[in-house]
Write a protein that binds this ligand. Structure first.
Ligand code: CU
Length: 326
């Protein structure tokens, strides 16, 4: 029996090993913290990939989407490929949080939306992906052009609706959130640093908007939902409108850069608790509490400056945010 167990273990080991590719690691140590960045795609040329991006697979193009969270544009993947993927910029990050809004529009085989991080090259990175057909949010490792599962998380993912996906990578910890709710958590030590980007699968037609990349401040244990102090200012053109998702107990993104004249809309996307939006300097205030489930509050920022705000119910839980108007 012992021998049989040993043989089975050996067979299992060989089988598992055969499924995993061999990783190529280019970025062995985290660099000094990369700059925060954000993409609303609204100032990008339509019908091409965003400036500075590198398409690994699939057909990625900016296009007008009438219901885009920040209008008019979104970035959409429309080809049928094994793993469509795009790196958004050449910047290498160590510990980082990537948040994106996404909408799974169609797909018979798959309706997937993913974030990739610690990207070494087109064949080596981590994946967090939500799938509307399977109802899960899973973590994968892509190594040597082969995908292997790290951990699965079960969660209903709506088709045809804008939602929010977030991947936090810190040290060896990987955490995936859907609409602000932690769904899947695991550790993996393969990749230490790398680029960030987006991912889909097979025949998924998926659009993305309002991608926010926040490097973790060195030495800070706070999650992106509570980390407020940050020096990096997003580098792309300020958006003409913006959205902030709310839940228990976070604003996401917690720092948003918009152009003067932009209207920012806060929306409760998850959770059961009561929340509000209160300007620290009394420029704006929502109803207290806001209604639940899709209720929104909007404010138009006319003057450049920094506008800090809090949820008065959860200020002690770190539910604070900032709008930077340029
Ligand atoms: Cu709150």
């Amino acid at each position: 029996m012992l021998r049989l167990t040993a043989v089975l273990a050996l067979v299992l080991t060989i089988t598992l090993t055969a499924c995993e590719g061999t990783p190529t690691v280019k970025f062995t140590s985290p660099p000094s913290t990369g700059e925060a960045a954000s993409w609303s795609f609204d100032a990008e040329s339509v019908s091409s990939a965003p400036k500075g991006a590198e398409v690994f697979s699939g057909s990625w193009a900016v296009r007008a989407e009438s219901d885009a969270p920040s209008k008019p544009n979104a970035l959409c993947q429309t080809a049928d490929a094994e793993f469509p993927a795009i790196a958004l910029s050449p910047t290498v990050y160590g510990d980082v949080t990537v948040t994106t809004r996404f909408k799974a529009i169609s797909g018979k085989t798959d309706q997937a939306a993913g974030i990739i991080a610690r990207v070494q090259d087109k064949d080596n990175y981590y994946i967090l992906r939500a799938n509307a057909l399977e109802g899960n949010v899973n973590l994968y490792k892509y190594a040597g052009g082969r995908r292997s599962g790290i951990k699965d998380g079960s969660m209903k993912v709506a088709s045809g609706e804008w939602q929010e996906l977030r991947l936090e990578v810190s040290g060896e910890s990987l955490r995936g959130f859907l609409n602000g709710q932690l769904v899947v958590e695991a550790t993996d030590a393969t990749y230490k640093a790398g680029r960030v980007g987006l991912w889909t699968k097979a025949d998924s037609v998926t659009c993305f908007d309002d991608v926010v990349v926040t490097p973790r401040v060195a030495g800070s244990a706070a999650s992106a939902a509570t980390a407020v102090a940050r020096t990096g200012i997003p580098s792309t053109t300020p958006a003409r409108s913006g959205r902030v998702s709310m839940g228990d107990n976070f604003f996401a993104p917690d720092e948003l850069v918009v152009a003067a004249g932009a209207t920012v809309t806060w929306e409760i996307v998850s959770g059961d608790a009561q929340h509000d939006v209160v300007s620290v300097d009394k420029f704006f205030q929502s109803n207290s509490p806001m209604g639940r489930g899709g209720d929104t509050f909007s404010y138009t920022f006319t003057s450049p400056g920094e506008y800090k705000y809090v949820c008065s119910y959860h200020i002690n839980e770190g539910m604070t945010g900032k709008i930077v108007v340029k």
